[in-house]
Design a protein around this ligand. Structure first.
Ligand code: PXL
Length: 282
């Protein structure tokens, strides 16, 4: 049976992120993907100076209400960037649609570089903890990880600090946690993860490109969900997702795009993603 994923996040028309990344990535990986757009924005809010938007909060619940009349099953519900007031609604949607084999995957998507995204206040973190408590897997970056556990942002960490952070995050509810953007040595970057089923930590790293790129967290989360739903193990799905982001950044640099707010050229990394999903890889 083809796998089906519900993803709930915004649609930013310009600046590759959220649904404009999740839909093509998951579709390319052979997953039927139903996207509920929570807000339509002219562009994302990180890096662009201004934006306009249409709030679709009112439309989330009626959409799911209509689905009640049909037989369907979601193998995963994957959430991304959400407005604060949308989080309780998404929790209701999960309650309504989740079955015993639906994986709840939460990309907190509310902060980076030690700061909350412009649209959010501390209240957002309180609400996001509730969503995290109902999840199976979360994929925060380092800033989001610190916010979620209530610790001060510390970019000068040792390996044991990251392991402690992972265990604290797991104690909030999710069985598995992946923190992206971890670097113990200049010129390298990786993902540190904790698999609660195996009670194991894992660290995967590659060389890092200088600078920061928007939408890479969304690309990482979407590629991870795409791999996992294709039967790839937790550990390998992290490697695939990290490599997709690494390759997309390389392609962007190769092209010389100077404006980082357009996001990365993930379209050129899709053939790699698909090649990883071949049976032989698993
Ligand atoms: O990539 C995360 C993201 C998604 N959607 C919107 C955003 C951001 C980051 O700022 O503004 C609207």
């Amino acid at each position: 049976m083809q796998k089906r994923c519900l993803t709930i996040q915004d649609y930013s028309c310009l600046g590759r992120c959220s649904l404009t990344v999740a839909l093509p990535v998951l579709s390319a990986a052979g997953i039927e993907t139903c996207g509920i757009p929570t807000t339509v924005l002219s562009n994302h809010t990180a890096g662009f100076k201004s934006w306009t938007y249409a709030d679709l909060t009112e439309y989330i619940k009626p959409t799911v209400e209509h689905w009640k009349n049909y037989r369907h099953h979601f193998d995963a519900i994957y959430t991304g960037y959400l407005a604060t007031e949308q989080i309780p609604i998404v929790l209701d949607v999960i309650k309504e649609l989740k079955t015993s084999d639906t994986a709840i995957i939460v990309d907190p998507a509310f902060a980076d570089g030690g700061k909350l995204y412009p649209a959010f206040k501390d209240e957002h973190v309180v609400e996001m903890r509730k969503l995290v408590s109902q999840s199976d897997i979360i994929l925060p970056n380092l800033t989001e990880a610190y916010y979620l556990v209530g610790d001060e942002y510390n970019p000068n960490y040792a390996e044991k600090d990251i392991q402690k952070l992972l265990l604290k995050l797991a104690s909030l509810g999710p069985k598995c946690v992946i923190i992206s953007g971890i670097s113990f040595k200049e010129g390298t970057v990786g993902c540190y993860s904790y698999d609660g089923d195996e009670k194991k930590f894992d660290f995967y790293q590659t060389t890092a490109y200088p600078g920061t790129y928007h939408g890479t967290g969304d690309l990482f989360a979407s590629s991870f969900v795409a791999s996992l739903l294709n039967g790839t193990t937790f550990k390998k799905a992290i490697r695939v997702a990290h490599n997709v982001v690494h390759l997309a950044i390389a392609k962007t640099i190769e092209d010389g795009e100077p404006e980082i707010y357009y996001g990365v050229e993930f379209e050129k990394a899709l053939p790699y993603l698909i090649s990883c999903l071949d049976k032989e890889f698993n």
